[in-house]
Design a protein around this ligand. Structure first.
Ligand code: ASP
Ligand code: MG
Length: 479
């Protein structure tokens, strides 16, 4: 097998927003067909169809309160949605029938897991049953896409990633064990590739070494694709989405946001971490370690370059590239004193509200002990801040005399750029641009690619647009 090392392999991940419609799937088909002709090996990793994971999480929550009608209704909706899609796809009758049976079987597994949840199990069992419910989304999409590829004459085969991605038992936000996963890939994925099969791997899902289902955190399909790319190792990873690439700002917020042509791994990691929801925050590290270049592309513009994430270019560049904004919570009170008690209370509430998934990305506390600010990752879902705020308020209501804290939502606004450590003038420009906006806290990213400020939520828009003006200027200077 001496030739293996010279084989060029490509991993392609298709996100939910690139999968929901017949139109999107026909783009996918064109892309996979073309790339299988250009590369020796192609691995496809897929998310659930757009919005499906949200519905499944909702079903698991309804099951917890024993709302049988609620989770059954969701299963019925998911059934009609997947059936409707399959009906429109160019498939032979036997392929269509087989897929219909698959969909029904997977949804009946989902209902079994919901029923198990409804039986008031221990927290541990509950978390693993919820992951089983949620895992159905990617299994549905992988089977549909594999069938579509086969119809096109490609040797597509759905692969359940629970056979490949072995993780710890942190349900809902599990971490892959690279050694065990590499072993599994050797045993299960390589033989398929050697037979020219195009594996269609379920993203997001893993399993503990005992076979319990786990998931890798919201947006985890990126992470699955990254782990597979790093371990293969692949010559490239392409992430297909419905936007043109990584953007200099959230295009829904700023119309002049534009595609970032090139980012270093550190910049991409900071961008993902500080709120660009496009990439899973932990996906960059494995790629950086193996120097696997990552491209982010739109399925609707397959020939456009998109964004390239790779090692830094030879000539050092000092440039602001993007600005992000995420929500957080601040707790403030006028008097001075230690924050130890509050830290504990917040920590407990955080854990109880958000479970294992809780992970504070920035905590800042003023010297007088009168200000505490938390920012929690977007991977907990958009309603996370809301839930935490309600829980904290309830908790503090229990001890009003001890905890006269005011809770308010704040925004963490982050400027991302190359070599901010060696370009103090860039940091100075960012802070200068924010003149007139009250900065509640400030922090420099450990990777030297980011500087973050905490501002009142009401000031966030303005802060973002002022920093973005610098980004546009910075890009045109060096470009
Ligand atoms: N389907 C999962 C989610 O919605 C994973 C992913 O899309 O990457 O979070
Ligand atoms: Mg995503």
């Amino acid at each position: 097998m001496g030739r293996l090392s010279t084989m060029r392999s490509l991993v392609m991940k298709f996100g939910g927003n690139a999968l929901g419609t017949v139109n999107a799937l026909s783009q996918l088909l064109g892309i996979v067909t073309r790339e299988t002709q250009r590369w020796d090996r192609v691995v496809v990793v897929v998310s659930a169809l757009d919005g499906v994971t949200d519905r499944l999480l909702e079903a698991a929550q309804l099951a917890q309160v024993d709302n049988l009608r609620g989770y059954r209704r969701i299963a019925a909706n998911l059934r009609s949605r997947h059936f409707a899609l399959v009906d429109e796809l160019p498939l032979d009758p036997p392929a269509r029938t087989a897929l219909a049976a698959d969909i029904d079987q997977l949804l009946s597994q989902m209902l079994d897991a919901c029923r198990a949840i409804a039986k008031n199990m221990s927290d541990e069992l509950l978390a693993s049953a919820s992951d089983e419910v949620v895992a159905v989304g990617e299994q549905l999409s992988a089977r549909i896409i594999a069938a579509l590829l086969r119809q096109q004459g490609l040797r597509g085969a759905a692969v359940d990633s629970r056979e490949l991605i072995i993780t710890d038992a942190v349900h809902g936000n599990a971490n892959p064990d690279f050694a065990q996963t590499a072993q599994r890939m050797q045993e299960r994925l390589l033989p398929m590739l050697q037979r020219d099969i195009v594996p269609v791997v379920t993203g997001y899902i893993g399993a503990t070494s005992d076979g319990e289902t786990t998931t890798l955190g919201r947006g985890g399909t990126d992470y699955t694709a990254s782990v597979i790319s790093a371990l293969l190792p692949a010559d490239a990873l392409w992430i297909w989405t419905n936007v043109a690439g990584m953007m200099s700002a959230d295009p829904r917020e700023l119309q002049d946001a534009r595609v970032i042509a090139r980012l270093s791994y550190d910049e991409a990691a900071d961008l993902a971490y500080f709120g660009a929801r496009l990439l899973h925050a932990r996906m960059i590290a494995p790629l950086a370690e193996r120097q696997v270049p990552l491209r982010i592309k739109s399925i609707f513009a397959p020939d456009a370059a998109g964004s390239l994430v790779a090692g830094p270019p030879k000539t050092a560049e000092e440039q602001l590239k993007a600005v992000t904004s995420v929500l957080g919570l601040s707790l403030r009170r006028r008097m001075s004193g230690s924050l130890a008690g509050v830290n504990r209370l917040v920590g407990n509430t955080l854990f109880k509200t958000l479970g294992m998934r809780s992970e504070v990305m920035i905590a800042s506390q003023s010297s007088g002990g009168s200000f505490l600010c938390l920012v929690i990752p977007t991977s907990i879902g958009i309603d996370g801040v809301d839930r935490l705020q309600r829980a904290l308020q309830a908790k503090m209501g229990e001890y009003p005399e001890k905890m006269p804290w005011q809770i308010e939502t704040v925004s963490l606004v982050t400027a991302i750029g190359s070599r901010l450590d060696s370009a103090p003038q860039l940091v100075g420009q960012v802070l200068g641009a924010l003149a007139g906006i009250e900065i509640l806290a400030l922090s420099l990213g450990a990777s030297h690619c980011s500087v973050s400020v905490v501002v009142r939520q009401a000031d966030a828009r303005q802060a973002v647009s002022k920093i973005h003006a610098l980004v546009l200027k910075s890009g045109s200077n060096s470009g």
